[in-house]
Each structure stands twice: as structure tokens, then as C-alpha cells.
Design a protein around this ligand. Structure first.
Ligand code: PLP
Length: 305
């Protein structure tokens, strides 16, 4: 476990919590304002369009044993998000890779998340884009377990469609607003739907496995997750049946399995959605197999770096 504290003390594992590494805001180095600086000193001005109007894009990738997983996929999506939102990134892909490598080496935290944030930037009239602000932040994370969650997630559906769904914008307004309601319902996350058609969770993609063993994932009105992409590649390589299409609530009612995917969670089985109880998790499930293949894919990626 890694804990991030705002004070200046840097603690390593101790007798109270032997596995905890306490990292301080003071000790972390980030890239902001075109330079490397302590995270505590980094910030965008209040005149930034991101701060004033929530205009910005980002991407988030996981670092495992100092390797930024599926980095090219994340950078491609980052540049695509920036282009779609008319925000010049101001750096090339190679430059971003160098900055990321430097942050990993400098911060010396083997398991981390890297957030690339491109904010609207300061605007004289508070409306027009002039010069976006780029920050790249490494933050310690608890790596996902190498064992799939047996317990799984309970989801509650809510009618919502993210704006510009194929772009990773910084707009998580609904997700954060709805979170207390999700907890009140005893659920682990919200699953967005519109007119009975499922899109995704706020930070993960959604899949079902039909009674005939076909993996189905939502095709439209979603962010195309990098983990989702890996799952599609695995399914194709393994000759598994796969469909990208609309998923209705009725499809879930008759599904054999359901799961969500994301860079930080890998794959989590879903055991309940609203009043629909799915069959309990099994080690022989398609979901469990995909998890093992995904784990292997991450290991192969690391070896090939
Ligand atoms: C809206 C949305 N959908 C899906 C995902 C999953 O994407 P990835 O697998 O790249 O983490 C995310 C990640 O945060 C997200 O924000």
C-alpha cells in the first residue's frame, strides 16, 4: 500500500504498516510549466479554462515495475483527445515519452499512475483557446492484485450520456456528483444508460458474456479504453466469439457474465446490476480466462520493453 500525505515526512515500511510506503507531496516531482518541479509547487492559474470552465483533456496510464504499460496506446489516445478538443499539446510523442521516463526515474516509485493533463490554458476573455497548459504528474497507486476479484462489483444504472464520449475530457461532473447516491444504494459504481442502452461506467468499459459464450461490449457513445482494446485483441487472438454492439438492459438480464475493464482495475466481474443478479463468479468463466490473458499480456509487454 502507498499513502500520499501532504506533509514533508517520507516514511518507508514500518512496524505499524509493514507494507506501506508513505510518499509526500513534497517528495514528488512532476512536469508542469515546461519544467520539472516539486508537485507541491505545480498548479494552473485561476484564469485557466480548465479551472474556469472545465475545458481540458487527460490520459492516465499505469506504471508497473517502472514500465509505463501500453504507453503508445495511451499517448495516441491523448493526442487524439487533444486534437478533438482543439488543444495543441505542444510536445511530440517522443518528447512526452522522455518526460514520462524522467518522472519514473526521478520519483523512483515502481508502481504508479501517470496523468497527462492538457488544460484549456489562460484565456484573456475566459472563452477563447490561446495556449493550453500541460502537466504530467506521477502519483503512487496501489497496483491491482494479480488475483481477479471473486467478490465482484455491484452496479446501479443511471440515465446519462457523457459529452464527447470518445474523448477523454476532464469532465467527471456526473460521476462525482452521483457518487454519494451510488454508495447509498450499496453499489460499487454507476453504469450509464440512455433509453435502456448501456454505454459505460464513469471510469471503465462494460462487457457481457452471453449464454452462448460470446463476449459483447458496447460499441457507441463510449471512451475506447486501452484495456478494452487489449481485451478485444486477446479475444481475437484466442478465437473467442466477440461482438461490438449495443447492450440493452434486457441483454444483461439474460447474460451469463458481466465485467468492467480499466487500466487501474484490469477486469472486475460484475455480480449485480440494479435488481439483476448475475451468476456467481467462477474460475472457469470467460471473465476469469480474460483476466489471466490480460495479466500475461502485461507481463509480455514488460519483457519486450
Ligand atoms: C469514461 C471512461 N471510460 C472507460 C475508461 C477505461 O479506459 P482505460 O482502459 O483506458 O483505463 C475510462 C478510464 O478512466 C474512462 O474514463
Amino acid at each position: 500500500m502507498i499513502l500520499l500525505t501532504p506533509d514533508s515526512k517520507l516514511q518507508t515500511p514500518n512496524s505499524n504498516s509493514p507494507n506501506a510506503i508513505i510518499v509526500t507531496m513534497n517528495s514528488l516531482v512532476c512536469f508542469s510549466n515546461n519544467t520539472f518541479m516539486p508537485l507541491k509547487d505545480a498548479g494552473f492559474p485561476v484564469t485557466d479554462l480548465g479551472v474556469q470552465r472545465g475545458y481540458g483533456v487527460f490520459d492516465f496510464l499505469r506504471v508497473t515495475d517502472r514500465v509505463p504499460l501500453f504507453q503508445d496506446d495511451h499517448l495516441e489516445r491523448f493526442f487524439n483527445s487533444a486534437k478533438e478538443m482543439r488543444l495543441p499539446a505542444g510536445k511530440t510523442r517522443e518528447e512526452l515519452k522522455e518526460i514520462i521516463a524522467h518522472l519514473i526515474a526521478k520519483n523512483n516509485i515502481p508502481h504508479a499512475g501517470i496523468r497527462l493533463l492538457l488544460s484549456g490554458g489562460t484565456s484573456p476573455d475566459g472563452y477563447e483557446i490561446v495556449q493550453p497548459n500541460l502537466a504530467i504528474v506521477l502519483q503512487p497507486i496501489t497496483p491491482p492484485s494479480d488475483q481477479i476479484s471473486q467478490q465482484g462489483y455491484k452496479l446501479v444504472t443511471y440515465p446519462h450520456q457523457r459529452q464527447m464520449p470518445h474523448v477523454k475530457t476532464t469532465d467527471y461532473l456526473m460521476a462525482i456528483w452521483i457518487n454519494p447516491w451510488v454508495k447509498e444504494k450499496g453499489a460499487d459504481d454507476v453504469l450509464y444508460q440512455q433509453n435502456g442502452i448501456i454505454s459505460e461506467c464513469p471510469r471503465s468499459n462494460f462487457f457481457i458474456v452471453t449464454q452462448s459464450g460470446t463476449i459483447v461490449t458496447s460499441a457507441k457513445n463510449i471512451l475506447k479504453g486501452i484495456t478494452r482494446k487489449q481485451i478485444l485483441l486477446i479475444a481475437a487472438e484466442q478465437g473467442m466469439k466477440l461482438e461490438e454492439r449495443d447492450i440493452s438492459i434486457e441483454d444483461i438480464r439474460v447474460a451469463k457474465e458481466a465485467f468492467i475493464s480499466s487500466s487501474t482495475k484490469r477486469i472486475i466481474p460484475v455480480v449485480k446490476i440494479d435488481d439483476i443478479v448475475l451468476p456467481p463468479f467462477s474460475n472457469n468463466s470467460v471473465t476469469a480466462k480474460l483476466y489471466q490473458y490480460l495479466l500475461q499480456r502485461e507481463k509480455d509487454f514488460q519483457i519486450n520493453q
